[in-house]
Ligand binder design. Sequence first.
Ligand code: MLT
Length: 326
Amino acid sequence: MTYHVLIPDNVHPAALEVLREAQGITFDAPGKLSRADLLEQVKQAHALIIRSGVRVDAEVFEAAPRLKCVARAGVGVDNVDLEEATRRGVIVMNTPGGNTTATVEYTLALMLALARHIPQAHASLEAGRWDRKAFMGTELRGKTLGIVGFGRIGSGVARRARAFEMRVVAYDPFCDGRMTARAAEIGVEMTDLETLFADSDFISLHAALTESSRGMINRQSLARMKKGVRIINAARGALIVEDDLAEAIREGHVAGAALDVYSEEPPPTDHPLIGLPGVIHTPHLAASTAEAQVAVAVEAARLIVNALLQGETRNVVNPDVLSGEF
Ligand code: MLT
């Protein structure tokens, strides 16, 4: 039996080497496909390797009668309809380790850039000005950082923030004994969301996008935050109700935000936060390091090869599917 793998997105070519070396695997890696081309090419596919830019929903599953597994070269699987995958017996796997460092370091970069207005100062100097008064910053040392979501990335951010002598508090709905021990080892206080909102000078989001986390930063939660809070989001845009955050910034309740992700990507030109003073933005770059992209591509390809050829699965994000027949 020969299995066919489709890569309908720009996944690092290191993935192709892994597939090439596997006996009994053919593949197509056309780069980012239009929706119409995806629906056409997925007909032949036994497996998909994707990033966050490809939506794998009921229509895609319907068009892919041979599909057995999907590997996400990255962490978030909010672009995959997991219920539909499970219903159709398709195994979905992700690569949670590969881009942790990249995202952790990027979050720190965003926090520092936000605190010291680095992008705005850069733009000002490039525009021919020498303005040393307009960009008065704030220090991280002694400030409280609230981390929402204390998994690999959240705890990595906490560890670095402690080196900056910040007080770090964290909230995670899945906090267990192991997480509490990890927090204690790093010097982080686990707390409830209300206390985190009330205490934090900086809040950094590291939660997965689910129906319960969607829109968690909204008019009501913003009102419970400290005046002058700064918000960093390199997780998923839809964790924030963007209009509500824009209003809180305009009113001066929130001092600024650093955003790498948006509820719609790319964001529309009239996005409420883009261009607002105090807000800095980048186009979903947190995982974009050479190291991370090679790591997630290779791991995703290995997951697919092992699943198709050996029936071995790892990092399955819809584990209920395993009770059926692969
Ligand atoms: C992830 O979920 O791994 C990141 O957002 C990176 C990406 O999708 O490109």
